[in-house]
Design a protein around this ligand. Structure first.
Ligand code: ZN
Length: 460
């Protein structure tokens, strides 16, 4: 039995791990590398294994850094089966098609910049919508939490609720090759007690664990005070006669905010007269997927949906898919909550709303997600007096709020508790910055810890 690492190694993106057992090749995730420089080259580089030789892909969840190289895998000859939960399948469809469109757009920008005779590989997209559709054809069996699936002679795989985003899973492999070995992949582990989702399930015992370490060096603020802070920011803004603009990630965060607004209106903490705009076609589609998968939601929310209720309904909620509808929001000067992507303000419709509200003292910009170094979001969070949007210098007079309690990842204490439940004598750390991993490793005891490098393989 062999385990090798092909992404998210001493890094937080590009998750991809290969297990070889009894002549079968099993891939866990095939994610895109994101952010920073030279990322295009990293994504286009060889996988480190033969795509055509992979028998099955087990997909932990639908975030781009876990599913975003699947269309490339298929383009390079993968003909096997992809297994995921039903919700992950539906969300991955949105995520992969959106990614393919962006790849095609980027490629056409590149080809316009280069000379006609240089219409070469540099201008070709990493993959196209056709490749994304081909990869959707490869989805086979639907995983149900807790129900083992046969892996054709290599043993079984069981998906376990990871509580990270809708449909997310940790995956237990019970491998057989002369002897038995249990190998547990954490996937991304959720932050307990968040709205809509169940907390991560208690993991089973395993001989070997591969665990994410995104926040392996820190503790989160509790969510309750963060929700209060959010309501406070909305109330104060409306009192001043402005709008609330929220840069929003389309998956999970947008739906969480709708649920929090739904509760605020139910509890009388915000007036029924609020106007909420979800100005993101992808977030609108993802919201539909939530309604279709109550099995992935916590008990109270699932019951509400099964009883015909809608936990994501807010009075005065507008879904704006069309560009014209989006532009019409610009005429509203007060009393609106506007959610739009991109979550770090790197592109998308949010920049139009920032342009119309940043210079207004009455308005607020509320950040509820991580803002990476070098992004427009980070500049605003760090107190820039002016920012450049669409070639214009825009003065920042709006109130800026950064609310930190909405993380979708377990913190150090939760990761340590999760690991302790597994009792694993051997541990591989992935999906974290090197410094974070070192700090997390120092907190683990009674287990042999490895921090694999990209491409490194181990006998199990
Ligand atoms: Zn994730």
């Amino acid at each position: 039995m062999k385990l090798s690492f092909h992404g998210a190694d001493r890094d937080v993106t590009g998750s991809c791990h290969l297990v070889e057992c009894a002549g079968r090749r099993i891939l866990i995730d095939c994610g895109l590398f994101q952010g920073g420089r030279e990322i295009d080259e990293e994504n286009a580089a060889p996988f480190g294994f033969d795509a055509a030789a992979i028998d099955v892909v087990l997909l932990t969840h639908a975030h781009l850094d876990h599913c975003g190289r699947l269309p490339l895998l298929v383009k390079r000859g993968f003909k096997g089966e992809i297994i995921a939960t039903g919700a992950t399948h539906d969300l991955a469809r949105l995520v992969m098609l959106d990614s393919a469109h962006l790849q095609e757009e980027d490629a056409s920008h590149r080809s316009r910049r280069t000379s006609p005779q240089a219409a070469n590989d540099d201008a070709a997209p990493l993959y196209t919508a056709r490749d994304a559709l081909d990869s959707l054809e490869r989805f086979g069996r639907t995983a149900v939490y807790g129900e083992p699936l046969a892996l054709g002679g290599a043993g079984h795989a069981t998906f376990i609720d990871a509580g990270h985003i809708l449909g997310s899973a940790s995956i237990l492999l019970e491998l057989e090759e002369g002897r038995r070995l249990t190998l547990l992949f954490s996937g991304d582990i959720g932050n307990a007690g968040r709205p809509l989702l169940r907390s991560p399930a208690i993991p089973p015992h395993a001989d070997v664990v591969v665990i994410e370490t995104t926040y392996g060096d820190r503790l989160h603020k509790p969510i309750g005070p963060s929700i209060d802070e959010f309501y406070g920011a909305v109330t104060d803004t409306f009192r001043r006669g402005g709008n609330v603009v929220i840069p929003t990630f389309a998956l999970e965060r947008a739906q969480e905010l709708l649920f929090i607004l739904h509760q605020a209106v139910e509890q009388g903490r915000l007036p029924k007269t609020i106007q909420v705009f979800l100005d993101s076609p992808m977030a609108i589609s993802a919201t539909d997927v939530f309604r279709q998968h109550p099995e992935g939601l916590d008990a109270a929310t699932a019951k509400l949906i099964r009883d015909g209720g809608d936990p994501l309904a807010v009075p005065g909620l507008h879904f704006t898919r069309d560009i014209a509808q989006s532009i019409a929001i610009n005429t509203i000067k007060s009393g609106a909550i506007i959610m739009a992507g991109a979550g770090m303000c790197t592109g998308g419709r949010i920049r139009h709303h920032l342009k119309h509200n940043l210079s207004r003292e009455a308005s607020s910009i509320v950040f509820v997600g991580y803002q990476a170094d070098g992004t427009l979001g980070r500049q605003i969070v760090e107190g820039a007096r002016t920012v450049r949007i669409f070639g214009d210098d825009i003065a920042v007079h709006a109130h800026i709020h950064t609310i930190n309690g909405f993380s979708a990842h377990a913190d150090q204490a939760e990761l340590l508790a999760w690991h302790q439940h597994t009792g694993a004598p051997r541990t591989f750390l992935t999906h974290g910055e090197a410094g974070t991993m070192e700090k997390f490793a120092a907190r683990l005891s009674g287990t042999r810890v490895e921090m694999p490098a990209l491409g490194q393989g181990f006998e199990l």
